[in-house]
Design a protein. Structure first.
Length: 156
């Protein structure tokens, strides 16, 4: 598991680009904010060159990866290039959280003459922020990559 919540991967298949996009579209529903989600694997948009998707989950996870994919035909079939990242609002909030807690922790450790355990609270909050972000992101990123590979797989 990497510390940076960002992932890139490629899927090569013998299927044609329109067939790949059709399979992804069949497993994608529109984003519904206040309605119960459907049984599709993903929510988002699919167009003639790629897709913008998030996993369709029935629970809350602010660290759910946003997938951007590009589908390109090549001489052997099709290549799907995918990048996963955090939601921009969540990324901004976590950068703020980590900057404040990390900065406070370093300042306290460098400016205090006598050490006491409560002084480690900001550093604990910093480490908790990293663990929460990485855990929430990578848990879903690996599941979404596996689902996408299964959908595009020629062994269906």
């Amino acid at each position: 598991m990497k510390l940076i919540p960002y992932n890139r991967f490629q899927i090569d298949t013998f299927l044609s680009a329109p067939e790949v996009l059709k399979r992804i579209q069949e497993n994608t529903s529109e984003r519904a904010f206040f309605k119960p989600s459907s049984s599709s694997a993903f929510c988002g948009k699919v167009d003639e060159t790629g897709f913008d998707l998030v996993g369709n989950i029935r629970y809350r996870n602010s660290f759910l990866p946003v997938m951007k994919g590009k589908v390109e035909a090549n001489k052997d079939g099709t290549r799907v290039s995918v990048s996963m990242r955090l939601n921009l609002f969540v990324m901004g909030f976590m950068l703020f959280w980590l900057a404040v807690t990390g900065g406070a922790g370093i300042y306290i450790l460098l400016s205090v003459d006598t050490f006491s355990l409560p002084l480690l609270i900001p550093l604990g909050m910093f480490l908790f922020g990293i663990a929460l972000t990485c855990g929430g992101f990578w848990f879903e990123a690996l599941r979404q990559e596996r689902k996408l590979r299964q959908i595009i797989s020629t062994w269906q």
